[in-house]
Design a protein around this ligand. Structure first.
Ligand SMILES: NC(=O)c1ccc[n+]([C@@H]2O[C@H](COP(=O)([O-])OP(=O)(O)OC[C@H]3O[C@@H](n4cnc5c(N)ncnc54)[C@H](OP(=O)(O)O)[C@@H]3O)[C@@H](O)[C@H]2O)c1
Length: 283
């Protein structure tokens, strides 16, 4: 498995498996088990996905040695704050049946995430988390966090796909030593991504699927990907992207698809801050 090296020397697989919107426990457990059997080693969950227990069961069932895995979970907004982040971390760890995490992310840039970051810095220094990072942080918020704290986030997980490429952000993150991780590499199928003409023609040329082209394009940009699927054949397909290479011309063609806008939500919208701040996750 190709890896990237984070700013603290930790290696992270460049392809992982995401489990957002897989609320059914059995389906989630089976999908994660299938992914682990296929060869995925990075699993991306979150307290807010309400499926950490199912992920934990799949990990246990797989029998894969802990040190071979890279497990990520995320802190929800209601638990931002020094004390509450420590409690939330302990709950997540218990649900996952683990005694340490590879990566713990602040899920959203809302609430008392400075308090949460200090708690995460402590847990990191105690060795309970191998790397700490953030998600959905715009560059200005990320810079503020970097300036006012000791540990520089290892990762920023943000919406990134052919219709919202975040090219300048990738460059900014590189400058800061923060690894860019994509969420929704297929934009969850929005914008008819799987039927897009440019992507389809590149896929035909390489005898690959549109999903594989999209993932390969991100990996060639050194962006970590965590595609989600609950279907066995797609889980395998999304992992099979290391036997071909996109040409410079392919990459240029894909760059023309950028709309420079989110297909989901804006982190500059006050209603988003309100909605996320009011959304309680029953832990
Ligand atoms: N930090 C955040 O705020 C945040 C937000 C969103 C997501 N994420 C993370 O990023 C991961 C990926 O994003 P996502 O789940 O939102 O969306 P995504 O991976 O872009 O898309 C998933 C959708 O694509 C379908 N799909 C998967 N592989 C396919 C293939 N080879 N061909 C055709 N369709 C395919 C899936 O359907 P089937 O399951 O039916 O195959 C599902 O409907 C999440 O699971 C989560 O871990 C993080």
């Amino acid at each position: 498995m190709q890896t990237v090296t984070l700013n603290n020397g930790v290696n992270m697989p460049i392809v992982g498996f995401g489990v957002y919107q897989v609320p059914d426990a059995e389906e989630c457990e089976n999908a994660v088990y299938e992914a682990l059997m296929t060869g995925y080693r990075l699993i991306d969950t979150a307290a807010g996905y309400l499926n950490e227990e199912a992920v934990g069961r799949a990990i246990k069932r797989s029998g894969i040695p802990r040190e071979e895995l890279f497990i990520t979970t995320k802190l929800w907004v209601q638990d931002a704050g020094y004390e509450s982040a420590k409690l939330a971390f302990a709950k997540s760890l218990k649900k996952l049946q683990l005694d340490y995490l590879d990566l713990y992310l602040i899920h959203q840039p809302f609430g008392d995430y400075y308090g949460a970051w200090r708690a995460m810095e402590e847990l990191y220094r105690e060795g309970k988390i191998k790397a700490i990072g953030v998600s959905n942080f715009l560059p200005d918020r990320l810079m503020d966090l970097i300036v006012h704290n000791e540990v520089v986030p290892a990762v920023n997980q943000i919406e990134t796909h052919p219709f919202y490429q975040q090219t300048e952000v990738t460059a900014f993150l590189k400058e800061q030593g923060v690894q860019h991780q994509s969420w929704a590499p297929f934009a969850e199928g929005r914008g008819n991504m799987f039927g897009n003409e440019v992507l389809t023609s590149i896929a035909e040329k390489h005898n690959k699927s549109v999903a594989q082209i999209v993932l390969r394009w991100l990996v060639q940009r050194e962006v970590v990907v965590i595609p989600k699927s609950v279907r066995r054949e797609r889980i395998a397909e999304n992992f099979d992207i290391f036997d071909f290479e996109l040409s410079a011309d392919d990459m240029t063609q894909i760059s023309t698809l950028d709309t420079r806008e989110s297909l989901f939500l804006s982190y500059r919208d006050p209603e988003v801050a309100k909605m996320m701040g009011n959304w309680r996750v029953d832990l």
